[in-house]
Design a protein around this ligand. Structure first.
Ligand code: NAD
Ligand code: UDP
Length: 320
């Protein structure tokens, strides 16, 4: 009998790659998504597979899945600043009520649950690089608070179920991850810059561009998540690539990669935009034997190929 895994947020960027990985690992995969920021085209290649099923369902309402479930990965949540600023209440609900529903389901089914937490639990960090024992610096009432606090609550309620009910839980603190199937218009910096380069627009750097991020290629991320799920470790683990770069230097890399002669233009820095971010991955190395393998040059080439393959219509479609 195949092990059965429920993946929420299955039609999204990370969720769809996780579906592929678990199918490849010989699991029966149950995908769930309400398509608020996801797209069925990310998983349509799985529809003819008898070991894949899909439920169009909002996980903030009661979640029912027939049959046994061995593992649950809760990845449903808007993930880009533009998305969660546009749908703040849904973001708070999916991190809180949605997580509560999935914890209840995990308890009912005796399943192991992994939650997709985030580097945003560290807020605008005062410690650099960020290790798991740093408690963070989050503005609860700022515009990003809807995402950051939902994820912090998600971690707390997950640990409470672990301690109080003995549920098997895993907490992945995911740092900026990129790759094919990111939504072109989700506002995150990689699709934003590549989209601008392909459309012949100037690249918009927010603030002075001195803020940093550290980008992890999706295959490395999925490998880390898979290892964490299969481990016996229930405290949070950072999963990300520690190769840090300023956003201004990154914009210049994109101009080189895409071979355009676009200019860089500066726009105001969004409120509470973290000034620096780099994961300390000592714990992931020690406990999971994991570290990222794909460097930014290689990962960005693969990502650019994906965005280049999109139709002109998709490229010029504007959501905002
Ligand atoms: P995404 O927007 O591509 O995917 C999220 C998916 O969740 C979408 O398909 C969306 O339709 C679905 N969803 C949202 N609310 C839902 C609800 N109430 N019920 C059912 N489905 C719902 O984003 P992503 O980048 O794939 O992120 C996936 C998860 O990983 C999120 O929880 C996010 O917070 C976390 N994460 C991602 C990153 C990253 O760099 N990509 C970093 C940190 C954390
Ligand atoms: N950013 C930018 N130009 C854009 C989009 C984003 O300069 O068109 C910056 C943003 O202000 C942030 C960084 O790029 O400092 C990463 O933003 P993203 O939305 O990808 O993710 P975040 O890490 O902030 O959640």
């Amino acid at each position: 009998m195949k092990k059965r895994v429920l993946i929420t947020g299955a039609a999204g960027f990370l969720g769809s790659h996780l579906c592929d990985r678990f199918i490849a690992e010989n699991f029966h995969v149950i995908g769930m998504d309400n398509l608020i920021t996801g797209d069925l085209k990310n998983i349509e290649h799985l529809f003819k597979n008898e070991h894949f099923e899909f439920y169009n369902h909002d996980v903030t309402t009661f979640v029912h899945v027939p049959g046994n479930v061995d593992f649950i990965l809760h990845f449903a949540s808007p993930a880009s600043p533009i998305d969660y600023l546009k749908i703040p209440i849904q973001t708070l609900k999916v991190g809180s009520l949605g997580t509560h529903n999935l914890l209840g389901l995990a308890k009912e089914k005796n399943a192991r649950l992994l939650i997709a937490s985030t580097s945003e639990v560290y807020g605008d960090p005062l410690v650099h690089p960020q290790s798991e024992d740093y408690y963070g610096n989050v503005n609860t009432i700022g515009p990003r608070g809807v995402y950051d606090e939902a994820k912090r609550f998600q971690e707390s309620i997950t640990m409470a179920y672990h301690r109080f009910h003995g549920l098997e839980t895993r907490i992945a603190r995911i740092f900026n991850t990129y790759g094919p199937r990111m939504r072109l218009n989700d506002g995150r910096v990689i699709p934003a810059f590549i989209g601008q380069a392909l459309r012949g627009e100037n690249l918009t750097v927010f603030g002075d561009g001195k803020q940093t991020r550290s980008f992890c290629y999706v295959d490395d991320q999925v490998e880390g998540l898979y290892r964490l799920l299969m481990s016996n470790y229930s405290d949070p683990v950072n999963i990300g690539n520690p190769d840090e770069i300023t956003i201004l230097d990154f914009a210049e890399e994109i101009i080189k990669l895409t071979g355009t002669d676009q200019k860089i233009v500066f726009k105001p820095l969004p409120k509470d935009d973290p000034l620096q971010r780099e994961p300390d991955i000592k714990r992931a190395k020690e406990i999971l034997g994991w570290s990222p393998k794909v460097n930014r040059e290689e990962g960005m080439k693969l990502t650019f190929e994906y965005f280049k393959s999109l139709s002109k219509e998709e490229l010029f479609k504007s959501e905002h």
